[in-house]
Design a protein around this ligand. Structure first.
Ligand code: BGC
Length: 731
């Protein structure tokens, strides 16, 4: 057997030459992905975790497999790669892929929280740090960013997205890809390849139930759901992951129109397409394949290169080729894409890439990275309500109560590489800043979903002894993420009872929320005097939140997903279409208008919303002209003044409405925003350009263009509160 020395696989041969020297079985093996449990000797029926014999997978195939899921740790990766290369006759290294979503050991806020920062630089930096820590620990590819547009907070995975707006999501998609990949993966060892997911429209799962059907018009898909994936690819994202759901009746993983036609042919994507976990075999359950062989056939034909976690490819592709049902060229193409990424990452020359057990100790969770996480956490929190109670004076006697007072469950889903023990709790953060640690009384009050009379009593006593009550409430992180849909999106009952009980004391209540979705805030919103939405802030949670509570920093986050008034409204989002009937009426009993009999139409808190410790006064906005042409954009100028007592940052938002499109248009669409930091009394004059290009959209024939006619531009502090001006587009 011609065993090439480790790491010298491609040698002077071109990749096509290398592929030509491989047997069909060896090529198919590149398309399989082994998972960490396989190396640990675990067995799970039907999945690629081993033992391989039960799946009919030979040792030879294992030796030529292409990639590994979920391995991180420099020494482990070096050991596995070394053993692999000794056994692989072509010297083709493994690609190490893992979910490094919002940090590696230094955990950043969850993506929905990062979304609320409206800060692309910090978002990029978070991905860059995640990449650096992951790379030194042996990871080559991260399954991120997740850019699914989300409108339904019942779906647990909204926590992984940056929100409900296609424009903002696209900016974040680019920022994350830049951060993970940098400019040149071949020379920059501190970066990892990114894999944008889940293609496509996973966020539109019916009724917010995970894995559920998605059925959208192609126009909806293109206008709202696709822009962020496209933006990631325009930024050079190396990989794409399929979604679990159907798209127009066909599961994404076997969808030729979506994958071959749109992704590969129309968008020209030539990187690796990987299935989501088990999604190839799921084509059988979905009902478009009779058996594993047909599932393999459909996924490969749709363009899926790597099958994650199931064994349809490895068991059936070779026989499908031999039977003439699959052209071997399709397999060669998939192998070429996989080998191309290995080559781009320099793995043939250096199969360990940045993996370095010594450097790993210095790099991961270093102070510099934690400071960046702290900064982003402070900018991700959103002040939802404040009746003059925040910031807290440091000398106030405070009872910190609730299941999140001393909890390390502040990292959120996808933090498997981080450690809750390393996370700063809110109690620790507040103790650092309180004028005297004795001024801070801490009690649990209840657990997240259950409690005892003793816990409640101890909390009541602590609250009685204090001037102000800070309640740390929320959802445990397993109530968010994959397979964590909730139909009732209020806080768990036991926490609402805690609020009710403490309310009896008539003392000011500040609530800090640790959760991963917009909640229905009944039982808390009216009862609390102030609410700070902290999301899952990450490793530095306690320090970041305490800085905001005590006014060392000023909250500046703005919601990127609407908070419903009631779960019965969802999906409720700002960029919806109008109806032919009025939206709501002064009297709920007025009939034949588009409203509920029992709740308002509007969400409790709209997209773009967030308070500050200061106030911002907007001047009258002015347009440079009332007519816009293709050649000549117009300018909108608006002055903004910090009219309060604290220095702070405002996010000035610009929305547009097209009044008479060829198809109906959203009542508002975010087109631009500006963040501006102002000292008390300071003013700034902001200028926005409005151009014809920003007014384009997908028409009924899917052409992308603008319509002449009447528009409104809105400028203000969120999607609800703003000034409005009219202009016309003349063509
Ligand atoms: C998730 C993906 C993830 C993959 C690998 C799947 O269950 O849907 O987002 O990347 O697992 O861990």
């Amino acid at each position: 057997m011609d065993r090439t020395a480790p790491g010298q696989g491609a040698g002077t041969r071109s990749l096509p030459e290398l592929i030509a020297s491989m047997t069909l079985e060896e090529k198919v093996a590149q398309l399989i992905q082994l998972a960490v449990p396989f190396y640990e000797g675990a067995a799970e029926a039907g999945q690629i975790t081993g033992p391989m014999e039960s799946l009919g997978i030979s040792q030879e195939t294992v030796h030529h497999s292409g990639s590994v899921l979920g391995m991180a740790g420099a020494q482990e990766v070096i050991n596995v790669q070394t053993a692999h290369l000794q056994a692989n006759r072509h010297g083709i290294p493994l690609l190490m892929m893992a979910d490094i979503v919002h940090g590696f050991k230094t955990i950043f806020p969850v993506p929905l929280a990062i979304g609320c920062s409206w800060d692309m630089e910090l978002a990029e930096r978070s991905a860059q740090i995640a990449a650096k820590e992951a790379a030194v620990s042996g990871v080559h590819v991260t399954y991120a960013p997740m850019v699914d547009l989300v409108r339904d907070p019942r779906w647990g995975r909204v926590v992984e997205s940056t929100g409900e707006d296609p424009y903002l999501n696209a900016l974040y998609a680019r920022a994350f890809v830049r951060g993970f990949q940098g400019d040149d993966l071949a020379s920059d060892m501190d970066r990892v390849a990114a894999c944008v997911k889940h293609f496509a429209a996973y966020g539109a799962a019916e009724a917010g139930r995970d894995y559920n059907t998605v059925d959208l018009s192609e126009r909806q898909l293109r206008e709202f759901y696709l822009p962020a994936y496209k933006a990631a690819l325009d930024e050079g994202c190396e990989m794409v992951m399929t979604a679990f759901n159907t798209v127009d009746g066909i599961p994404a993983t076997g969808n030729v129109a979506l994958m071959r036609k749109l992704l590969r042919e129309e968008w020209g994507f030539d990187g690796i397409l990987i299935s989501d976990w088990g999604a190839v075999k799921e084509l059988i359950n979905h009902g478009i394949a009779e058996d594993e062989s047909e599932a393999a056939l459909k996924a490969l034909k749709a363009g899926v290169d790597i099958e994650m976690m199931t064994a349809c490819y490895v068991k059936h592709l070779a026989e499908l080729v031999e039977r003439g049902e699959v052209e071997e060229e399709l397999i060669d193409e998939a192998v070429l894409r996989i080998l191309t990424l290995k080559q781009k990452l320099g793995l043939f020359e250096n199969p360990f890439r940045a993996a370095d057990p010594i450097k790993e100790q210095e790099v991961v969770f270093c102070e510099e990275h934690r400071a960046a996480s702290r900064e982003l956490a402070m900018r991700s929190c959103v002040l939802l309500k404040n009746e003059g109670i925040l910031p807290l004076p440091r000398e106030s006697k405070t009872a910190l109560i609730g299941p999140f007072a001393q909890s390390g469950d502040v990292l959120g889903p996808w933090s498997w590489t981080g450690s809750r023990d390393d996370a700063v709790t809110l109690a620790e953060g507040m103790q650092r800043l309180a004028g005297d640690p004795a001024l801070l009384l801490v009690a649990e009050g209840c657990g997240i979903e259950s409690g005892t009379a003793e816990q409640l009593q101890a909390a009541y006593e602590a609250a009685q002894a204090a001037d102000v009550i800070v309640l740390a409430l929320g959802e445990h992180s397993d109530m968010n993420g994959e397979a964590a849909s909730r139909a009732d999106i209020r806080l768990p009952q036991v926490q609402l009872e805690l609020v009710r009980k403490l309310k009896e004391l008539n003392k000011p209540i500040v609530a800090v929320l640790f959760n991963g979705r917009p909640l229905d805030l009944h039982g808390l919103f009216d009862e609390a005097d102030a609410i700070l939405e902290a999301w899952y802030p990450g490793s530095e949670a306690g320090h970041a939140v305490a800085s905001l509570l005590y006014g060392e920093a000023n909250p500046s986050g703005r919601l990127t997903m609407s908070f419903p008034y009631h779960v019965g409204q969802v999906p409720v989002y700002y960029n919806a279409f109008n109806t032919g009937r009025p939206q709501g009426a002064p009297d709920a009993q007025v009939r034949y208008v588009s409203q509920y009999l029992d709740i308002p139409n509007e969400p409790l808190l709209p997209f773009g919303y967030g308070l500050s410790y200061t106030t911002f006064a907007y001047g009258e906005p002015v347009l440079s002209a009332e007519v816009l042409t293709v050649e000549k954009p117009i300018l909108l100028k608006v002055a903004i003044t910090n009219s309060g007592a604290y220095a702070g940052e405002e996010t000035v938002q610009l929305y547009v409405r097209d009044h008479a499109g060829e198809v109906v248009r959203p009542v508002k669409e975010l087109k631009d925003f500006r963040k501006v930091w102002l000292a008390p009394g300071e003013s700034a004059e902001l200028e926005f350009t409005i151009s014809e290009e920003q007014l384009r959209y997908y028409h009924s024939d899917l052409s992308y263009s603008s319509d002449a006619g009447a528009f409104t531009v809105f400028v203000g502090c969120n999607s609800r509160d703003h000034a409005a001006l009219s202009f016309r587009l003349v063509k």
